[in-house]
Design a protein. Structure first.
Length: 222
């Protein structure tokens, strides 16, 4: 079994402003194949369009689809890179929640990597299949005005591992059953010779009895 890996860097680019951002319904990362690799919707590696123009107390949501359009099985892995030191104060004011099918799998302030400090396998996708994550970004109500107009960036690295089945040797044909060997004639034993003797002796006794009876009858007739 062969495994080939590719990575793509996704940017969670945030900025705070006094006006709200334009809502975006969903974004996606699609793995096509080894030649085309990835397709992004919208056409950018910044898939978190709803997390722009944030204000204190905001709760923003975003749905992200991860798709496998190839003909191979694909494993998706995620790693979150450490944030820049100058961004920590701002990112500490925000909490990111990731849910899959209603189950919460990640809840951390954005300056933390959580369980994604190293690559973590998040899903194995069959050919022509997908799954989605619901993201919720909660901005602290206590965030001060000193953060207005500030920007920060979080880097997500998605690794794709494509699994290719190697050529499998055909199963060996079942062996033909061997023809049974002819049973060799067993050597005659003493027991068999005794049986023949008894059988021959019996015939001899019958012959003598018949001869004796015949002679007796002839004698009586005389």
């Amino acid at each position: 079994m062969m495994r080939k890996k590719w990575t793509v860097l996704l940017l969670l680019f945030l900025f705070l402003s006094l006006t709200g951002g334009k809502p975006v319904h969903a974004s996606s990362v699609t793995y096509r194949n080894q030649a085309e690799l990835f397709v992004f919707v919208p056409n950018s590696t910044d898939l978190f369009e709803n997390f722009k123009g944030l204000m204190p107390g905001d709760v923003r949501t975003q749905e992200i689809f991860l798709r496998n359009d190839s003909s191979q099985f694909v494993d998706f892995y995620l790693k979150i890179n450490p944030v820049k030191e100058e961004d920590e104060a701002l990112l500490r004011q925000m909490t990111l929640v990731i849910s899959e099918e209603g189950e919460e799998i990640f809840r951390e302030s954005l300056d933390q990597q959580g369980s994604f400090e190293n690559y973590v396998k998040i899903k194995e996708l069959l050919p022509e299949s997908e799954f989605s994550w619901d993201l919720s970004l909660e901005v602290s109500e206590e965030m001060g005005n000193e953060f207005m107009g500030k920007e920060a960036e979080v880097e997500w690295v998605i690794m794709i591992e494509e699994i290719e089945d190697e050529d499998v040797d055909p199963l060996p044909l079942p062996e033909e059953p061997e023809e049974p060997e002819e049973e060799e004639e067993l050597p005659k034993t003493g027991e068999q010779r005794e049986n023949y003797l008894l059988y021959g002796g019996g015939l001899l006794a019958i012959g003598i009895l018949v001869l004796f009876l015949d002679r007796k009858r002839k004698g009586a007739s005389n």
